[in-house]
Design a protein around this ligand. Structure first.
Ligand SMILES: Cc1ncc(COP(=O)(O)O)c(C=O)c1O
Length: 384
């Protein structure tokens, strides 16, 4: 008898972004603008906390939900910054990065046949997990609404099978944020239907102008909302693998079970580092943002000068210009740009088919790198 693997796993593709970065090794001189992580070091005090934890032999398991002190730090951070409160004992689980938080939440709530609405283009970490649960993705196109979900379109997609809707603002890959008025309109729709709301706000601390508004600030959603977050982007801690999920106690007890059978607990030295990040380094994201804003303005202005149609991002560290006018698909465009122009950027199609016709440029790079990249892109476009 032939050995088979799970049919949903068989269907999974290597992410478009990986397929593309695999090409990169053949072009060592290319300016790489593909990476989705801050280029700043982890703050010194945070590093020291991790080292000290190891030296003090704090290297065993923790409570499955994470060290209580870290859960308290998470809770107090959100209350301080956004005014909402979650009980550290029952409503917060520390995970191995936001990725595992996403996985644990979807696996807690989804059954085969369920539908999940995803505004798109979007980060590629959601759909495979939804598919692995045997559930189905329903896309909410945002390409003609400046990458913000239209409340009317959202409502038109809700059916008796809809189990959840996920939001990700500030957005990867577009860098777009949503204003309070737009959120009010979305919440007015969400209030009418019994759906789970999953809000991945991992880039909230990288909001440049105006205040980030969290879906968790809407009390009417509290009983069915999961807030996904973590330290990867805000404190430049991608490799430490600390994320968290916040939600109502009656659902979080189930999320905790899924999380613990997956990984027992998050890395304990990293959890100690996380306590210091949240309690003592609250200014870190604002310092990084000062740099990101300079870079965002530079890249945005250069792209506009090159004649590219582009929405000005207000968060994260990505920009998503349209390349539709060149009449080639984004994978071919990005490949040509890499081979002939010496610049690596991610084809928009890596972020679902709705990203076709766009390019994702990361500006989590020092200014000289961005200058070189933009100069090369300009020359490439002139020759195209
Ligand atoms: C929108 C979004 N959510 C979640 C993640 C995963 O974050 P983590 O490194 O904490 O797993 C990323 C990483 O790029 C992301 O862009």
């Amino acid at each position: 008898m032939k050995l088979t693997i799970n049919e949903h796993v068989e269907m999974l593709q290597v992410p478009g972004i990986r397929q593309f970065s695999n090409k990169l090794i053949h072009y060592p001189d290319a300016v790489n603008l593909t990476i989705g992580q801050p280029d700043f070091p982890t703050p010194e005090a945070v590093k020291l906390a991790g080292i000290t934890a190891i030296e003090n032999n704090q290297t065993g398991y923790s409570h499955n939900a994470g060290l209580l002190e870290l859960r308290q730090a998470v809770s107090s951070f959100f209350t301080w910054k956004y005014g909402f409160s979650y009980d550290p004992e029952k409503e917060i689980v520390i995970t191995n990065g936001a990725s595992e938080a996403i996985d644990s939440v979807f696996r807690t709530i989804l059954s085969p046949g369920d539908e999940v609405i995803l505004p798109t283009p979007l980060y590629l970490g959601y759909e495979p997990i939804i598919n692995l649960c045997g559930a189905k993705v329903v896309y909410l196109d945002t390409t003609d609404t400046e990458f913000r979900p239209s409340p009317e379109r959202l409502e038109s997609l809700i059916t008796s099978k809809t189990k959840a809707i996920l939001f990700n603002f500030p957005s990867n890959p577009t860098g777009v944020t949503i204003e309070k008025e737009q959120m009010d309109e979305l919440v007015a729709v969400l209030e009418k239907y019994q759906l789970f709301i999953i809000s991945d706000e991992i880039y909230s601390e990288n909001t440049f102008s105006g205040e980030h508004v969290s879906f968790a600030q809407y009390g009417v959603l509290r009983n069915r909302l999961f807030l996904i977050h973590g330290l990867s982007k805000s404190h430049s801690m991608t490799g430490w693998r600390i994320g968290y999920v916040l939600g109502a106690a009656h659902f979080m007890e189930h999320v905790l079970k899924v999380h613990l059978y997956n990984s027992v607990c998050a890395s304990v030295p990293s959890q100690h580092a996380g306590i210091v990040a949240l309690n003592e380094c609250r200014h870190t994201p604002a310092e990084m943002n000062m740099e990101y804003v300079k870079r965002r303005d530079f890249v945005y202005n250069r792209l506009r000068e090159m004649g590219l149609d582009v929405v000005k991002p207000n968060g994260a560290f990505y920009i998503f210009p349209s390349i539709k006018k060149y009449g080639i698909d984004s994978f071919s465009f990005a490949t040509k740009l890499l081979k002939e122009g010496g610049v690596a950027a991610v084809p928009g199609s890596a972020f679902t088919d709705y990203g076709e016709g766009y390019l994702r440029i990361s500006y989590a790079y020092a200014m000289p790198v961005l200058e070189k990249g933009m100069n090369r892109l300009e020359k490439f476009l002139q020759r195209l």
